[in-house]
Design a protein around this ligand. Sequence first.
Ligand SMILES: [Zn+2]
Length: 412
Amino acid sequence: MQNVYLNYATPVFIILIILEILVSRHRKFKAYRLNDAITSLGCGIFTVSVELFLKAGLLILYGYLFIHASFYQFAENSWVTWVVFFFVLDFVYYWAHRWSHEVNFLWGVHVPHHQSEEYNLTTALRQGALQDTVHWPIFMTLAIMGCPPLVFITHLTFSKFYQFWIHTRLINKVPLIEGILNTPSVHRVHHGINDEYIDKNHGGVLMIWDRMFGTYEEEKAEAVFGVRKPYHSWNSVWAHFEWFAYLWNAVKSASWKDKLLVWFKPTGWVPNQQADSFESFDVTQVKKYDTKISTALNAYCIFQFALVMIANSALLQVPLALEAQIALTLYIAFALITVGLILLRGKDYPRSWAIYHQLANLALVPLIWNSSMIGAIILMGISFLSIPIYLFAHKRSMKNHSDVNPMIQETA
Ligand SMILES: [Zn+2]
């Protein structure tokens, strides 16, 4: 169901991203960095790939509860149902989102959305792959209340699509709707790590819940974007596990009680430290994380990322057997990890790893063969072709020392 909506929305997303790039360039305003944008879009692609396996099961579970456990079944064809559950879903979304900021394990599935230190339309697509799955028990309350599955999934999808346009720095306050609906200005506050902006403006479409429950904050100072424990990587797969790995390391030598409790404690709590261990934080000292690599290796990353986008649309639109779907998802994950590491390390990324990546793709060919022989042959072709293209790009990087700087840079 969601994929149908996604198919219609994707061209609109792409057109608006291109428009944002053009307008920001025209205004001489640096809204985009290649490494950041690729990582954000990579998180989005990884999310829709992973959700392909999870969403169907979750919807079946929702439908089962709606039929067998609801107090009253609202009619799908009544406008009252659509209006009532628009408000109910937005209310439930507010709490799911608010708890995602307040509880350690929920923050772990939401954090990819906040890791970008830029704030543009690609940030909107930077979603956490496991977020909806982890939120599902909260959303099940709508099934119990009698919200038909179509109404639920349409409103949830609408809420996410609505939130696309608000991830931009190009639009200032919007007259008439400011304070009532979610807008670029109030959502910039939500993504801000300034003291006064932390854990504010959790609303999806409406801002009334934030006003009712004391989390509403207007944009005054310019927001500094990102997270207080910055993610110094362009790996859009690891982005999903980084916070869990951090907590896991923090409880390694802790008591069993802390090992169990840490996940349910307030965000930032780790044993032997106070909650919000990132509190002593000076926003004026924050510098955007950046790395510089050669033009040739950037071009290789764009090429591999374009292939990821093609693989993702094949995954969503071509009917494939389960093993072929798994193969394409692995293809996407391998490529996103490799691209992330090349963006990070440039010419210092081991050449052998780039070659192993392409050879690993060949292991996926038999899984695709039965569903699509042509697809399997294309996969073989691009994997073999990618090796000399990478070696050429790497060689150019070694020659042109002037445009290669593998050192990690902190730029303002
Ligand atoms: Zn959030």
